[in-house]
Write a protein that binds this ligand. Structure first.
Ligand SMILES: NC(=O)c1ccc[n+]([C@@H]2O[C@H](COP(=O)([O-])OP(=O)(O)OC[C@H]3O[C@@H](n4cnc5c(N)ncnc54)[C@H](O)[C@@H]3O)[C@@H](O)[C@H]2O)c1
Length: 316
């Protein structure tokens, strides 16, 4: 695929945190995009005006058919996201993440899409057995979400073999950055940041010495685009920062970026939480020159600036 050509992409879940960041980078490169999103966890205010928007569901064949028309690339972000949500809604989790994805794959096949990049998750691995986590690490998910993400990957990779497609699955580790908001199923950084800005204590589950690999959303967006436009790339790749931090250290970094003094408390550890996480990203570097740019301290400072502005604008 030539990178200079003007391409049109379908971004499912493009009103969400990561999808909306991909849309911004994709459009900045001079490409076109259409977003298909049912706004179940995304926000209309994340959408950029240059992007066509269809308010619809990836489980709706007609909506997918309408959205994919004229596209050459698909970024599939739409999902029921997260371990806790999947424990609360296990049927919906697989309905969207497996059957919804299959609808998108079927449409991609019919429309001879050149590249489909599917958002997978480090949740497919389950408990860490070797460090750092390579692509061939044992896959033993601990939640319905991890299972549905693994099943989704297997479908994408089977379609590569069956129908000579070039599907890519990107296994994100912990993504953070602008447009990520606190909600009932929020991730650790928005939760810590929101509590700090509210002047409330930050609660860490367990001893806080568990580690995570936090990757900036613009590095994730760049990985989506590079894997889509680099000819011949297919298969599954880990996308992290290739560095890790303890949750105790993360809490200190968030407090310092927020510029406030709030206490840190410890609660009981949560069942199903993995102890450690760290991506080996060498396969993505070799295949499509993936090279994460963001340092966590700088990324958090930028995120807190964005979050403060977003909280102000949603109050008015
Ligand atoms: N945020 C992370 O740290 C992380 C880590 C690993 C994987 N992922 C994956 O990345 C993708 C994007 O996640 P995110 O963090 O941006 O979450 P998000 O909730 O912000 O985005 C998901 C988007 O999909 C939309 N959506 C949900 N169900 C839909 C449906 N049936 N039809 C159409 N649209 C639907 C939502 O409205 C939302 O806009 C997901 O596939 C998620 O599993 C995220």
């Amino acid at each position: 695929m030539k990178t200079k050509a003007r391409l049109k992409a379908l971004i499912t879940g493009g009103a969400g945190f990561i999808g909306a960041n991909i849309a911004r980078q994709w459009l900045a490169l001079g490409h076109q995009a259409v977003v298909l999103d049912n706004l179940s966890s995304g926000y209309e205010r994340n959408l950029v005006p240059e992007c066509a928007f269809i308010n619809g569901d990836i489980r709706d064949e007609l909506a997918v058919e309408r959205a994919i028309e004229g596209c050459q690339v698909v970024f599939n972000l739409a999902a029921s996201v997260g371990n806790q949500r999947s424990l609360d809604h296990p049927l919906e989790d697989s309905d969207v993440n497996v059957l919804g994805l299959l609808r998108v794959l079927q449409a991609a096949r019919r429309h001879k899409i050149r590249k489909l990049v599917h958002s997978s998750s480090a949740g497919i691995f389950g408990e860490l057995k070797t460090l750092p986590i390579r692509e061939d690490h044992p896959q033993d998910p601990d939640s319905p979400y991890g299972v549905s993400k693994l099943a989704g990957e297997k479908h994408c990779l089977a379609y590569n073999k069956l129908y000579a497609m070039d599907n890519v699955c990107l296994r994100y580790f912990n993504v953070y950055g602008p447009l990520q908001r606190y909600d009932a199923y929020g991730n650790v950084i928005p939760i810590f940041a929101t509590r700090a800005l509210d002047g409330e204590a930050i609660t860490i589950f367990g001893d806080g010495e568990q580690t995570r690999d936090f990757v900036h959303v613009r590095d994730v967006a760049a990985a989506n685009i590079a894997s889509a436009v680099t000819p011949g790339v297919r298969g599954a790749f880990n996308i992290g920062s290739a560095s890790r931090v303890t949750i105790n250290r993360l809490a200190q970094l968030v407090i310092s970026a927020a510029g406030v003094a709030v206490p840190i408390k410890h609660g009981p550890s949560r069942p199903g939480d993995v102890r450690d996480s760290l991506a080996d990203t060498r396969a993505a570097s070799a295949a499509f020159n993936y090279n994460p740019q963001f340092d966590l301290g700088e990324g958090l400072a930028e995120y807190l600036t964005w979050l403060k502005a977003d909280r102000l604008s949603s109050c008015v």
